[in-house]
Design a protein around this ligand. Structure first.
Ligand code: ALA
Length: 530
């Protein structure tokens, strides 16, 4: 019996069906090779990166002052509540789609689609932001060695009209969908006679997008080449397989942990408590705004859940990995923030070199020899974040493709490498382009708002599942139910509110495009429809 639109939008997949479908899938599959240690590494690999190595200094100098410490505590607390929600759902639904799959089980297809679409902001846009941070650090090192890249190859163009780019992409996507639909409607019998209005509309939209695109091209004065190259390199590596990736990330994790611990150990002896006064030069609103900025540093603990289909024992190891990696990184962050703002005046963390605050602090306390060391740690750290985000993106898309909500191309697993090659390659190209062409600040905030939205939904999902599937076995149970998930959702929403209006506008625009895509393609192609 055909369902109403409403029925289709809110149809859910029970946990049983999700698990059964993932087990029944035909063709080459992902390999279950990862252990609890790999999962923990993956979490730390995802968390410590651009946020702590690049954004902390700017946030302390311009937004929160020494109160950045409290910003870290606040953001960490929100993430802790949310991590319990992720852990509980990961222990019930051990497939790789993360928040997207959990939403399918709890809130229905439409919201699941929106979360999947929204997670593009966390993973793909996040990876672009992280790649820009990587490039900044690399150029710092090169400059120390006396090399400097020409300006047109070292940064994203500052004058790129983002509204224009957004509109171009939106029109292009809509145009492609409308055109594709006009051809698929009626199958082989589709003729220009019956489908001409939608075909004309589709071609028209594509035409306008091309015109906008050409106009944007005129603004391409420079490109961030190192960012483009690192994304491309990592994607080749990801295609080779998850055990290769796990080995590479664990080396990076060791290097970056060593650097962060070195910074804490050395910096602790140079704290001058007068630097903590005034503690809140920008007031409590500064602390809240700072939390919105440094939240970026916590993003990634949830990415552990995208590993579920590649773990030997996902129901136990994934919840442990999510919570364990978050706890360790939060402790390190609070210590780093205390030392950064205690060793130098927060006012010195802005201005020139603001993208490398740890190196700046070490220079200030007279350890100039150590700052290249920090840069190496930062490069290692940021590379591992990039690996995890690009990895996670390909796995979520793969899951959405298996559910029929995006093209099946994204779901194809290579028989040779056991990885979703097309999903990795297509997203690799998109992320490389946006990393090369869009400035980092804009990207980081968009990533944060997208991630926070997913956090709200995952937190509420725990409550829904406790009601709809009260008896199902949970390898991990969220403590303090229902207060902890409610607080997780609430704090995440408050952090969303602390982000600037323009970020909200972009977020709403992005979701609006997602809604169009759902109605133009995903709803009719869903595996549940078929
Ligand atoms: N938490 C990750 C970083 O800071 C995204 O780079």
């Amino acid at each position: 019996m055909k369902q109403s639109i409403w029925g289709e939008m809110f149809r859910r997949k029970s946990v049983e069906v999700i698990k059964a479908q993932s087990e029944e899938e035909k063709g080459p599959r992902l390999k279950r090779v990862l252990t609890a240690r790999d999962v923990f590494n993956h979490g730390v690999a995802a968390i410590i990166g651009t946020g702590i190595f690049v954004l902390t200094g700017v946030a302390a100098a311009n937004t929160a002052g020494p109160g950045i410490l409290l910003s870290f505590v606040l953001a960490g607390l929100a993430c802790a509540f949310v991590s319990f929600a992720y852990a509980e759902q990961a222990s019930m639904i051990p497939v790789s789609g993360s928040a997207y799959t959990y939403a399918y089980a709890t809130m229905g297809e439409f919201l699941a689609w929106l979360i999947g679409w929204d997670l593009l902001l966390e993973y793909a846009v996040g990876a672009s932001a992280v790649a820009s941070g990587w490039s900044a650090y690399l150029q710092n090192i090169l400059m120390g060695l006396g090399y400097q890249l020409p300006a047109y190859l070292s940064v994203a163009p500052t004058t790129l009209p983002l509204g224009h780019v957004g509109l171009t992409l939106a029109l292009l996507l809509c145009g492609i969908f409308v055109t594709a639909r006009s051809f698929s409607k009626g199958g082989e019998n589709a003729s220009f006679k019956t489908n001409w209005p939608s075909r004309l509309l589709g071609f028209g939209l594509i035409g306008v997008a091309v015109a906008f695109g050409l106009d944007t091209y005129g603004h391409l004065t420079s490109v961030d080449l190192p960012a483009v190259l690192i994304v491309t390199f990592i994607n080749f590596w990801l295609i080779k397989g998850v055990s290769h990736t796990a080995k590479m990330t664990s080396i990076f994790v060791v290097v970056k942990l060593a650097v962060v611990i070195f910074f804490i150990a050395v910096g602790a002896f140079h704290i001058d408590t007068t630097n903590y006064s005034p503690f809140l030069p920008f007031g409590w609103s500064g602390v809240l705004a700072g939390a919105g900025v440094v939240f970026f540093a916590f993003i990634g603990f949830d990415a552990v859940t995208t590993l579920s289909e590649e773990c030997k024992d996902p129901q136990k190891d994934v919840p442990k990995g999510v919570i364990g990696s978050l706890v360790v990184c939060t402790l390190l962050y609070v210590l780093v923030a205390a030392i950064m703002t205690g060793a130098v005046s927060y006012t010195l963390l802005g201005g020139a070199g603001e993208g490398a605050p740890m190196a700046k602090v070490l220079d200030h306390i007279g350890l100039n020899w150590a700052s290249p060391l920090v840069s190496v740690g930062a490069i290692a750290g940021i590379t591992s974040v990039l690996i995890v985000l690009l990895f996670g993106q390909s796995r979520i898309m793969m899951r959405m493709a298996k559910d029929g909500l995006v093209s099946p191309v994204f779901g194809k697993v290579s028989p040779r490498f056991h990885t979703p090659v097309w999903s990795i390659a297509i997203w690799g190209v998109i992320v490389a382009l946006s990393a090369g062409l869009v400035p980092i600040g804009e990207l980081a905030e968009l990533t944060s708002i997208g991630t926070l939205f997913a956090f709200v939904i995952v937190s509420l999902g725990v409550i829904v599942l406790r009601r709809t599937e009260p008896d199902r076995h949970r390898g991990f149970k969220c403590p303090g139910y229902p207060y902890v998930p409610i607080l997780g959702a609430l704090l995440s929403f408050i952090l969303m509110l602390s982000l600037p209006g323009i970020t909200w506008l972009r977020f709403v625009g992005w979701m609006a495009i997602g809604i169009v895509v759902y109605f133009a393609y995903s709803r009719s192609h869903s595996r549940l429809t078929r």
